[in-house]
Design a protein around this ligand. Structure first.
Ligand code: GLU
Length: 289
């Protein structure tokens, strides 16, 4: 079976040099190995994703000379798949609804921090500080009945009691130069959100479901997602899905050493193209010349 690669952008802005690097690495790996390259449009956040950005993704990738299999998988068309995975996790008793608003969470975190150090996840966000996990079933049902919004969270402590010693195979490098067999540390993320009342999935859940459904064998993506792989491995085990290998690559930074953002114009592929850059120039700019 040929290896399967994927490039998985979110259509919430225009692509920049960092995306070009990731897409070209995937394309080159697929070519070198006789593999397949898939495109996945990660558009579960309807408030931020727009069709014109998706059109621009197709145009920019084609301009770079990248060829991928069509049609692309658009996540917003597959909520039933994510819902089924969520139901499987719920049936295992590993998911609970948490009703606090963002403001209430911020207040709880401030109170915890005033009492001492409160842990943060690898992205720097405070771990969930609430105690919704211990709400009695009738209180949960009553709150759901009132129609208040809620997030469905993974009971990480319960999961870690039954799953331990997870690893993944890292062909690239983590931010701490991790390589080879890497030990997963999902507990560092606390009770991650798997879905919300109005969106039956999350980045973590849909990426894991899709990588498995699409038969992805090697995930090539930026180092900013290295630590998220711990959660992905955990979900793969809970959902009985195969584990791809991972190749995390360095991020392309601006002159100030900051990660590129979709709003920084000077590194946008469209801007560079209008300024006269060729696809070969873009390869050179990201160090793939
Ligand atoms: N959609 C994610 C992003 O644009 C990438 C997800 C992944 O490669 O796992 O950053």
């Amino acid at each position: 079976m040929p290896p399967v690669f994927r490039f998985a952008p979110s259509p919430n802005g225009y692509l920049h040099l960092g995306h070009a690097y990731s897409a070209l690495l995937n394309f080159d790996r697929a070519r070198e190995t006789g593999g397949r390259l898939l495109l996945r449009i990660e558009d579960i956040d309807a408030t931020r994703c727009r069709p014109e950005f998706e059109t621009a993704i197709d145009e920019d990738l084609a301009w770079l000379g990248i060829a991928w299999e069509t049609p692309a998988r658009r996540q917003s068309e597959h909520f039933a798949d994510y819902r089924a995975a969520l139901e499987k996790l719920s049936a295992l008793g590993l998911v609970y609804p948490a009703f606090e608003s963002r403001a209430e969470i911020a207040k709880l975190v401030a109170a915890r921090e005033a009492d001492g150090l409160w842990l943060r996840d690898p992205d720097g966000a405070p771990l969930y500080p609430g105690d919704a996990k211990s709400l009695p079933a009738d209180e949960r049902a009553r709150l759901i009945e009132t129609g208040v919004p809620y997030a469905l969270r993974l009971d990480m402590a319960a999961v870690c009691r039954c799953v331990a010693g997870l690893t993944w195979s890292e062909l690239g490098e983590g931010p701490g130069r991790e390589h080879g067999l890497v030990a997963a540390r999902p507990e560092a993320w606390g009770d991650v959100i798997l879905a919300r009342k109005e969106t039956p999935t999350s980045y973590h859940l849909s990426v894991v479901v899709d990588d498995a459904l699409q038969g992805v064998s090697e995930v090539v993506r930026g180092q900013d997602l290295f630590h998220a792989t711990s959660v992905h491995r955990l979900l793969q085990v809970l959902l009985d899905l195969p584990a791809p290998t991972y190749r995390h690559h360095a991020l392309i930074c601006d002159e100030a050493g900051r990660k590129l953002s979709k709003s920084s114009r000077s590194t946008g592929l469209r801007e560079l193209r209008v300024a006269g850059a060729s696809p070969v120039d873009i390869r050179g700019l990201v160090g793939l010349g």
